[in-house]
Design a protein around this ligand. Sequence first.
Ligand code: C2E
Ligand code: MG
Ligand code: MG
Length: 762
Amino acid sequence: MNDVSAARPQAIATDLDTKRIVSATEALFASKAGRPASGIEDIRLKAIIHALPGFFFVKDRDSRFVFVNAVVGRHFGIDDLDWFVGRCDFDLFDIETARHHFAIEQHIMESGEARLDFEEAVPATMGGNTKCFLTSKIPLRNNRGEVVGIIGVSHDITERKALEDLRRSQAQLTEMIARNEPLEMILEALVLMFEAEIDGIYGSILLLDSDGRRLHHGAAPNLPGAYSRIIDGVVIGPNVGSCGTAAWHGTPVIVEDMLIDPLWADFRPLVQQFGFRSCWSTPILTAQNNVLGTFALYSKEVRRPTPRETEMVAMATHIAGIAIERKRGDERIQFMAHHDDLTGLPNRAFFKERMAKTLHHARRNGRKVTVAYLDVDNFKDINDRHGHGGGDEVLKEIAARMANSVRASDMVVRLGGDEFLVVLVHQSSHDNGMVRRLRELQKAVLKPIHYRDQQIEVTCSIGVASFPSDGATSEELLANADATMYQAKQLGRNAIRYHSSDRAAGVGMPLSEQEELRHAIASEQLVLHYQPQVDVTTLEVTGVEALVRWNHPTRGMVPPGEFIPMAEESGLVIPLGLWVLNEACRQARQWQDMGLPPICVAVNVSARQFTDRDFGRHVREAIERFALAPRWLELELTESVLMEHADRALATMNALRPLGIRFSIDDFGAGYSSLASLKTFPFDRLKMDRSLIEALPSDKTAVAIGLAVISLAQTLKLTVVAEGIETEAQREFLRFAKCEEAQGYLFSRPLPADQIPAFLRR
Ligand code: C2E
Ligand code: MG
Ligand code: MG
């Protein structure tokens, strides 16, 4: 019984025979019980019984064998059929199976009612697997009609059952595909179905990535995880194990013994470790024969697949192919529904979906989200002058530039026409660099675009609204950013404008921001607050950092993050910085005159200011004017100073250091964190950025980076000042990591100058 198609007719034949045999056997039994029976009949009957394809047996009232046919003997490997006579199932099977059979037979005999065609699982004999039998048991009567035993007819339907199971699983898989269940689940079900069908087999599905280079994990529920991880991402090729090779050629690769096959030469130690010997891999193909992935079966035996297994693999790869193609198709449709054809950027639908999540996240983490509405200035002119081809080129180019100048967590969206949205997600609660980032974006757009030997110059107007201050939902933010963009347009081309509720209320156009700031510097609207820096262990004050604020007549205390970037952009940072420098020196002098212990005052210096030709002179003049010993002045530089103007910066540092002025590198760990810059430039102190501290001490990566930065600084003989310490746990970490100094709300917020003496005396 090895062919599926033969299974049915045989079953019918057996049924037909059963009736005849039962009556004949009854006759036989009766004759044995003393009545004469025809010898010819006896011989004919025996011949038929032994030639039956299935089991045939007769048992007495106690379920002991009276007769078995040759098939039963063969099944148990016993040639002498008389051996069975007088024995029972307890001699052949485990006690549980035997008891089960016994109970059924006794019931049949007591009730006198036959049981026809019931399925029985019969445990393995002589190795092999559990078999499934279709059995009929019929009461055997003597000529007085009394039940004296049973006749059993039974045949092996294991293969047929397996096939039915397979069909059922197949149907389940197709249903999963139709219900659009996750691809991983479908593939996993497929592998599990296989593993249930074939003993000692481990299935694995790998998926080819979109550029057709690497295979990635698809499903391998029972392969060792460590093995799957090593295989994940393997580059395909003509000699890359079974799967890499199968994917490369697009044809099945049967490796009987991985320990000797040259295809596995590079992976031998790996498979040895897991004990696999054979691996048969079949490519999963599209209808057009493009490779989507591979379906592999591993075994710990050296062997080839049987024809039936090969057939099953063909079925499985076919189903896998449908599932994968369907999913890819869905993804393409999804992508098309969410992206703009021309630029490939996400579209408005995508923005709405993503924004809901982004805002939810921001709300939970107390973060800001900035939405910038960007509109190309005079786009109509560009179209008129360069045709639609030129217009499209401009849109594509600026889309690409914008996408390149934002971070992975940000989003650039094309709303349609020449309108774009940029969503900047603030990485930490103090991400003040938004204004700078928007200006960089605007600058990126500004660079001339080459189109057919011509240069097209583009400017854009930007309106900005921020969550949560300018709107709580994506609709509100979009509307406010749009309205603000419109105001920016009215200011003239190439402007960035920030939404503010006052302005929206129509108070009238205020002075341009630059004019306002210029005025502020001259009219003493700026003030310095000072934040103490302390020794982590003793809490002694080691210095203060001067932080500028704009005491705005209508907006109140404006933090530096909101105007320093604009001051840098416009050059106003030079007069502003000069004021800060002088004010800080004056204050330091005043505290010393009050008899307080002298402390170092740190002043932040921006790139534009530091590379200004007059900067060195300004510093010298300031300390001389207030007769401040240079060692009480510290200048804080950020890495951007060093990156952009390395030579000039180094020269200025070398000119000022001999005076005794200290230099610190600010916000280390927030940006590029170039180690080279630490070696090249003669710094005294390193200020570790707050973003590194924020995650301490629970985040393992932050701990590792923190420790690395501190030990690096120690090697370079730099004092480490940790910024933004807010909790005792963070302070504890610093003590543990041997970081000497710290600054943060835990010790003190930035204070107005007149509160510093009290703090120092404490
Ligand atoms: P910075 O130099 O890194 O200054 C530290 C900033 O962190 C300050 O923000 C300070 O108030 C804040 N801070 C300190 N401890 C904590 C804390 O424990 N928790 C939190 N959440 N924040 C803390 P501020 O005053 O808003 O200054 C922001 C940035 O503006 C400064 O960063 C600096 O880059 C720049 N800046 C400030 N004053 C000047 C200036 O006079 N000139 C220049 N060019 N830039 C300045
Ligand atoms: Mg600073
Ligand atoms: Mg800092």
